[in-house]
Design a protein around this ligand. Structure first.
Ligand code: ADE
Ligand code: ZN
Length: 342
């Protein structure tokens, strides 16, 4: 790769908007926390666990991802997890992160939701103090569970309302369409929360439409299957609905056979507000800069201009005040000038 392009991808300030904090749980930390918390694992070693990371689709990944999360029990575990992620994100020049967490994965095991949110929130504060990284939390509902369970989770979380900015919808997509969660999302919007939803990763374009129309999603997570519906692509472009795309995830979960076959160039060419994100970096082979490097490496038609567009889109798509977006936009321009004009 052109060294200037590589420097730009590494150094440009960026926002990460699609990151499941439980998906940043590295095998080494799984073993460390298992020992600390006296949790028995089904694998004998880090290497044996890593060997199990051979996924065939979303569900085959989720089974292992939920098993990995079983070592998270105390607020300090959630702190350690998120702080380790922020350290890597800061090294990737992530200046702002809106991170997902899955409370139901933990409350189902008897972990108090307060421990989850307090540990994560403490790490957000520390990340800001250490690296100036602004970090916000988005609570995700597990779509394979019932809507009344999501509603009960929301009620449990609302006393901690000031510590999260929005809600999302994740887990097994097929067979669990957005409309299943229309009432709980309406309640979230009444509470002033931002709303996003995974749609069009494995599910059809109709799920993207319904996430927009029935959940009023402000961003679509993944959304790559929108290209199967040209009218939907036009709408996404016209309304500037952001898509938080995760290239390495899409290849590991076989949404695309390879990065070279990814439709990111088509999404950019259609004028969509696309962003690059890491989804579950501990499982999919890399954090956000690795996603940029491998994607640009595999798709030589992508240029420095595309890189800058993706970074600009990440700020545009974020839930921060316009003044903050303008400040990061100016930092981006300064990095562009320093890297590209020397
Ligand atoms: N939970 C964690 N990663 C996910 C993904 N890629 N899709 C749906 N749910 C998820
Ligand atoms: Zn995701």
């Amino acid at each position: 790769m052109d060294p200037k392009l590589e420097s730009l991808l590494r150094q440009m300030p960026k926002a990460e908007l699609h990151l499941h904090i439980e998906g940043s749980l590295e095998p080494e930390m799984i073993f460390r926390l298992a020992e600390r918390n006296h949790v028995k694992l089904a694998y004998d070693s880090v290497e044996a666990l890593r060997r199990a990371y051979a996924f065939t689709d979303l569900q085959s990944f989720l089974d292992i991802y939920y098993a990995g999360a079983s070592v998270l029990l105390k607020a300090e575990d959630f702190f350690d997890l998120a702080f380790a992620y922020f350290q890597k994100a800061a090294a990737d020049n992530v200046v702002h992160a809106e991170i997902f967490f899955d409370p139901q994965t933990h409350t189902a095991r008897g972990v108090p939701i307060a421990a989850v949110i307090e540990g994560l929130e403490h790490a957000c504060r520390r990340a800001h103090a250490e690296w100036g990284l602004s970090a916000k939390l988005i609570l995700c509902f597990l779509r394979h569970l019932r809507e009344d369970e999501a509603m009960a989770t929301l009620e449990e979380a609302l006393p901690h309302r000031k510590h999260f900015i929005g809600v999302g919808l994740d887990s097994s997509e097929r067979g669990h369409p957005p409309e299943k969660f229309a009432r709980v999302f309406a309640r979230c919007r009444e509470a002033g929360l931002h709303v996003v939803a995974h749609a069009g990763e494995e599910g059809p374009p109709e799920y993207i439409r319904n996430a927009l129309d029935l959940l009023k999603a402000e961003r679509i997570d993944h959304g790559v299957r929108c290209v199967e519906d040209p009218a939907l692509v036009l709408r996404l472009a016209r309304e500037r609905v952001p898509l938080t795309v995760c290239p390495l995830s899409n290849v590991k979960l076989r949404v695309f056979p390879s990065l070279a076959a990814h439709n990111l160039p088509a999404l950019l060419a259609a004028g969509l507000c696309v962003t690059i994100n890491s989804d579950d970096p501990a499982y999919f082979g890399g954090y956000v800069v690795q996603n940029y490097l491998e994607t640009f490496g595999a798709l030589p038609q992508l240029t420095a201009e595309h890189a800058l567009t993706l970074a600009r889109n990440s700020f545009e798509a974020s839930f921060v005040p316009a003044a903050e977006k303008a400040r990061w936009g100016a930092e981006l321009e300064a990095v562009r000038a320093r890297v590209m004009e020397h």
